[in-house]
Write a protein that binds this ligand. Structure first.
Ligand SMILES: [Zn+2]
Ligand SMILES: [Zn+2]
Length: 427
């Protein structure tokens, strides 16, 4: 069966996360969105673990939301025990656990290396272990581990290492998945030779339970069962468990997509940034290397000079959260504005958000709201252009209504983001 799966976000006990996140809220929001499998997230944290045990029960080899127990299986929200941890160099890793017993055994082993695992804010604990040591302990304890948002500056494995081998040492071949992160898609990473046999995940990394955050990236998986065992089989190339498609942001919308000035957001090409020694020509701020440029760099270091795609992979489908499309359509600055939320509720009354964005007929959408329907259809036709994100600033989508308009808008954006204060002889 097909399951829409989001296995990376956080509880209120991780730093900078919404206090509104709870298992019941996640279960409710995921049903509106159309997600079937979630992670329990932050499962190492004692208070959150207690909360998980209060709301998640085991039934028919699945972990399900307790209140769903009398619903038909296909309507239940399923969970997989997981969490994110930070190793040395502040690199983030995703972990998945077979059961609470495995989880707590692993926790016991890493607890001596953590100061904050049991504290408020320690939902994503800091572990003073190198990535290779962390992986060794994960393997010894039968825990799945892979690097989170691999290209992201500061926290992604590739922002500190050029290869997984260098990071994870002798056991690096036991890495079965990476998470792409919001600023990358399959294409970005598929030029890196060492990732050839590694699965690509796209998850939301949400810090809020709101529908435009959770599931803003997810993976459609064909699984025998919505549980850890099937996920493990998927990672080991079992023929009945595989990725159908990755769904998520157009990488241009991600906040680390392009190389850009941290202060004024001016975008630079890699070549330009190198010539000016990563100093912004507009405001003298520092230019942060973007995910796209970093991925290219790693591909070249690993011998793929022509940046050819390495292997055939499942489709990557772009998605803009419905609330954001509504916000654009009614020209409302605040995504939490009453009208945006009311329209969102109207659209998701009889369908999930994923169905609305992908398959509900134009006629049916028009019955709800003609103007917004026009924007959803334009999105489906791929008439979307982005002002690329970079250095911590999200990219901005513009929805057009024809190919011609799209081309015109693309040109406008190119002109707008061009470096204007230039040392002309350099570029
Ligand atoms: Zn992270
Ligand atoms: Zn600047």
């Amino acid at each position: 069966m097909k399951y829409n799966t989001d296995l990376h976000y956080h509880s209120p006990y991780a730093a900078a996360c919404s206090k509104d996140i709870s298992i019941p809220v996640l279960a409710k929001e995921s049903k509106i969105k159309g997600l079937n499998i979630l992670t329990t997230a932050d499962s190492l944290h004692p208070i959150w673990q207690k909360h998980i045990k209060e709301h998640v029960i085991e039934k028919n080899e699945r972990l399900i939301f307790k209140e769903d127990k009398n619903l038909p299986e296909e309507k239940q929200t399923n969970f997989i025990l997981g969490c994110e941890v930070e190793s040395t160099k502040r690199v983030h890793h995703l972990l998945y656990f077979r059961d609470f017993e495995t989880l707590n055994k692993f926790k016991k082993e890493i607890l001596p290396f953590s100061q904050d695992m049991e504290k408020y804010g320690g939902g994503r604990p800091r572990i003073s272990l190198e990535p290779d040591k962390l992986l060794d302990i994960a393997i010894e304890n039968d825990v799945l581990l892979g690097p989170a948002h691999v290209f992201t500056p500061y926290f992604g494995i590739y922002s500190h290492y050029d290869t997984l081998k260098e990071a994870y040492g002798r056991n690096y071949k036991k890495i079965k998945f990476i998470e792409l992160g919001l600023s990358a898609d399959t294409k970005t990473a598929n030029t890196i030779p060492e990732l050839k046999d590694i699965k690509f995940f796209s998850f939301s990394d949400s810090h809020s339970p709101k529908s435009f955050r959770i599931g803003r990236e997810y993976v459609s998986m064909e699984l025998e069962k919505p549980n850890y065992n099937s996920l493990e089989k998927l990672l080991n190339n079992h023929k009945k468990n595989y990725i159908l498609e990755n769904v998520g942001y157009n990488p241009y919308e991600g906040k680390y997509n392009s190389s850009a000035c941290k202060k004024c957001a001016q975008i630079y090409t890699l070549e330009q940034a190198e010539v000016i020694n990563w100093k912004c020509q507009v405001c003298k701020g520092t230019i942060k290397k973007g995910v796209t440029d970093r991925a290219k760099e790693i591909s070249i270091i690993q011998g793929n000079k022509n940046l050819k795609e390495i292997t055939k992979r499942p489709n990557y489908r772009y998605l803009i959260p419905l609330a954001q499309v509504i916000q654009i359509a009614i020209n409302q600055k605040n995504i939490l504005h009453k009208t945006v939320l009311e329209k969102y509720d109207e659209f998701t009354k009889n369908h999930t958000e994923i169905q609305i964005m992908q398959e509900v007929s134009k006629e049916e959408l028009e019955k709800i709201d003609k103007n917004i329907a026009r924007y959803i259809i334009a999105f489906r036709k791929d008439f979307v252009v982005f002002r690329p994100g970079g250095a911590g600033h999200y990219g901005v989508p513009y929805i057009c209504f024809s190919k011609e308009e799209k081309i015109k808008k693309e040109k406008e954006i190119q002109e707008e983001i061009k470096v204007k204060v230039l040392q002309k002889k350099l570029f």
